[in-house]
Design a protein around this ligand. Structure first.
Ligand code: 3HC
Ligand code: NAI
Length: 701
């Protein structure tokens, strides 16, 4: 018998328990165990029904992703599912935790599904660049209807039990002990004809209403949302097969598409992102058993854009926050913004009024740094000015209780310098949240020279608790993400002076898969972000390199972006749709002339290379300097914080797919042409010399 599946008898009910921690993935050993258990239950004349359940924190959370791309061993999942469905003894699946992917496909093959109220049921394969390949695209529409199945499978988002019951995916919600409830339920269906009408593959009653026009429209809207990702569109094909072909032919179609997607680069990239996100949590010199400090209350200094968003993030997980500013006026403005933000979510139906009240109730305002004294964690989010941060930190040192975690949300100031004004630099760390902080998942956890390991472990844990993705970085100008962004931004602006227009640059980048192009982002964030610094720096610029001033000129013209109705584009009142503006074109052309640059046609290929290879080269520098721990951490920063297409795996993974030699050849060409920027990173040159990739580099460390 398999050591990951247990079989026992409870009276006339056979209980099959999958016990493969941590998430009961369907590894070859689980599949073997399921096949053996099926045979046992079938052969035992005393058994009248079967319950399938998961041990530990969850029911089966899907296929074992680590086995993907490797030769298959053990029985196939399809066969196991078919055997459950064909069983003459009713099979009841008992669901808790997450029934995902292959796990839910097993459940669809069984005759009944019961679940705890807290369970989630979903087919998230699209997030791995594949589709449910064990009958999910054929059985799900037969249970919940084509339209609902399309939404569920193309989004990959799970349904909570209550909703799953409403659409017919769950037959009964179990209150109390799940196994007891499932056995009781199984006893009621352990009757002659108990499987009658319960074999999903034989159902067609929910397949109506999805005609050719429905699928044509679905293909169009799905492709638009997918922005270059293949799997969602292929899922529409598989669902069309479900609606129009006999079950066996639909399964054939599903298998064909599954194989094609599984061997493609997009799926490899998305699987890389899945594991990279989890790898980022592992820090070699801060082992998982490093003691952490309890964080049950938080104080945030600075009730501005970031302070407010960070406060919401903590309130959202039930941690009370004291939000502090220097005057009543600024504090009230900050607290009002928080309420307004929550109110919008309530209006959109994504939060109940009662939950909003609870969350708002967890955020108390205060004036003066002395209000931090009871907090387990203090997060400073005042203006980005070193002298001010030092003043605030001297006060933090004075008032914070012993053992409190002292974090700064600086976007790039030297945290060693900030820590140096305290008597406890070991407690000081960077927690770089991204805007809007209540939405964005990335948090760079910035380790300063003297930061204690327990503080790092605590912040990584708090980041995960906040349902964010914490990635460790070291002190460096712009840490990981903004250091790379500098190269992206610089090239986007130079491209304009050389012959491109904002709409062309943005289109090339969105075609590549970015959620938005550089200039659309500028207009959204406000072109005045960093204006004062740029203006001040103009006087003392070294003359050995090139600069672009167009953004500063736009600000001087009052073209601050969407908020003024004009920026790199113009906007109709109340609309966020960017409209190319001849006034901006004239300005750009004049700038080229002023700089003596002859404008030339620029290809989309050049735009993508210059905007993406610059960050890759910088990424190699960050690895060499130890600012980032591993290439996959850099990928996660760029995918979760900067809109880089996840289906390209992040910039370092993407570089591997292009081939590091090809990337380096272009970088050398750009360097020759530019003369100052684009100096090839020694690590990149070394890897090319050795014929290695970033993945080899990561594996070899
Ligand atoms: N296969 C292999 N390993 C998996 C896995 C899977 N399906 N799901 C999770 N793991 C591993 C993680 O890599 C992690 O390993 P580590 O501790 O060594 O880093 C460990 O399990 C715990 O995972 P999380 O840290 O993510 O735990 P959480 O409690 O935060 O989340 C979860 C649990 C919601 C189940 C989340 O892990 C998840 O979403 N997993 C992926 C689910 C999924 O995509 N299923 C579909 C798979 S594809 C499929 O089924 C194909 C089918 O159609 C044939
Ligand atoms: P903001 O200008 O919106 O808010 C700063 C707040 O700090 C203001 O409300 C101000 O009154 C308050 N403040 C100033 N001095 C204070 C003091 N001595 N005591 C108490 N409160 C004081 O600034 P924002 O954008 O929230 O930025 C805060 C920090 O977060 C900066 O370090 C910034 O670099 C960083 N950051 C900003 C991001 C952004 O996109 N806005 C993204 C990531 C980090």
């Amino acid at each position: 018998m398999s050591d990951t599946v247990r079989y026992e008898r409870r009276g006339k009910i056979a209980v099959i328990t999958v016990d493969n921690p941590p998430v009961n993935a369907l590894s070859s050993s689980v599949r073997e165990g399921l096949a053996d258990s099926q045979a046992k239950a079938k052969a035992d004349p005393e058994v009248e029904a079967i319950v399938l359940i998961g041990a530990g924190r969850t029911y089966i959370a899907g296929a074992d992703i680590r086995e993907f791309g490797k030769p298959m061993t053990g029985p196939g999942l399809q066969q196991i599912i078919n055997d459950f469905e064909n069983s003459e003894k009713p099979v009841v699946v008992a669901i808790h935790g997450t029934a995902l992917g292959g796990g839910l496909e097993v459940a669809l093959g069984c005759h009944y599904r019961v679940a705890l109220p807290s369970a989630q049921l979903g087919l998230p394969e699209v997030k791995l660049g594949i589709l449910p390949g064990a009958g999910g695209t054929q059985r799900m529409p037969r249970v919940i209807g084509v339209k609902a199945a399309l939404d569920m499978i193309t989004s990959g988002d799970p349904l909570p039990t209550a909703k799953a019951k409403e659409v017919g995916l769950v037959d009964e919600i179990v209150q109390g002990d799940l196994l007891d409830g499932a056995i009781k339920f199984a006893e009621t269906v352990a009757i002659p004809g108990g499987v009658q009408g319960r074999r999903v593959s034989q159902r067609t009653d929910k397949l109506g209403g999805a005609d050719a026009a429905f699928f044509a429209e679905a293909r169009k809207t799905t492709a638009a949302k997918a922005r270059g990702q293949i799997a969602p569109v292929k899922i529409v094909d598989a669902l069309e097969a479900a609606a129009t072909l006999p079950f066996a032919d639909g399964i054939k179609k599903e298998r064909e598409v599954a194989q094609e997607l599984m061997s493609g680069t997009q799926s490899k990239a998305l699987r890389h992102v899945f594991f990279a996100e989890r790898e980022a949590a592992k820090i070699p010199d801060v082992p998982a058993d490093t003691p952490t400090r309890p964080v049950k209350s938080v104080a945030i200094i600075g009730a501005g854009t970031m302070g407010g968003g960070i406060a919401m993030s903590f309130a959202n997980i039930g941690i009370p926050v004291t939000l502090i500013d220097s005057t009543d006026e600024f504090l009230d403005r900050g607290l009002k913004r928080i309420k307004d933000n929550y109110a919008v979510t309530v209006t959109r139906g994504r939060l109940s009024q009662a939950d909003m009240d609870k969350r708002v109730g967890l955020i108390k305002g205060g004036i003066g740094t002395d209000k931090i004294k009871d907090a387990d964690m203090v997060i400073e989010a005042v203006f980005e000015e070193m002298d001010l941060k030092k003043t605030v930190y001297r006060d933090i040192d004075k008032f914070a209780k012993a053992g409190a975690v002292l974090a700064t949300n600086t976007s790039g100031l030297n945290i060693n310098e900030i820590a140096s004004v305290t008597k406890r630099p070991q407690d000081v760390i960077g927690l770089h949240f991204f805007s809007p902080a209540n939405v964005m998942r990335l948090v760079e956890v910035v380790r300063a020279e003297k930061t204690g390991k327990d503080i790092i472990a605590t912040c990584m844990q708090v980041g995960k608790q906040l349902r964010k993705v914490p990635v460790l970085a070291r002190v460096y100008e712009g840490f990981i993400g903004n250091a790379m962004l500098r190269h992206y931004g610089r090239e986007a602006h130079f491209l304009l002076e050389e012959g491109a227009l904002p709409q062309q640059v943005d289109k090339a980048l969105t075609d590549f898969g970015y959620a938005m192009g550089m200039f659309g982002v500028h207009d959204l964030a406000g072109n005045d972000v960093g204006y004062r610094m740029r203006k001040a720096a103009q006087a003392s610029r070294p003359n050995d390199r090139r600069y672009s001033d167009i953004i500063t000129i736009l600000c001087d013209m009052g073209r601050l972006g969407q908020k003024t109705g004009k920026g790199w584009y113009r906007y109709e009142p109340g609309s966020r749709t960017p409209i190319p503006d001849p006034e901006v074109e004239a300005l750009i052309v004049a700038e080229s002339k002023k700089k003596g640059v002859e404008r030339r046609p620029i290809t989309d290929e050049e735009i993508v290379k210059r905007c993406v290879y610059g960050p890759i080269n910088e990424g190699a520098v960050l690895l060499e300097k130890g600012i980032a721990l591993r290439p996959s951490d850099i990928d996660i920063v760029y995918v979760t914080g900067y809109g880089f297409p996840s289906w390209r795996g992040g910039p370092m993974f993407y570089a591997d797919t292009v081939g590091l030699k090809n990337v380096l050849d272009d970088i050398k060409r750009f360097h020759e042409r530019d003369g100052f920027y684009w100096k090839p990173a020694p690590l990149l040159e070394q890897l090319v010399r050795e014929g290695k990739s970033f993945a080899d580099y990561q594996a070899g460390r």
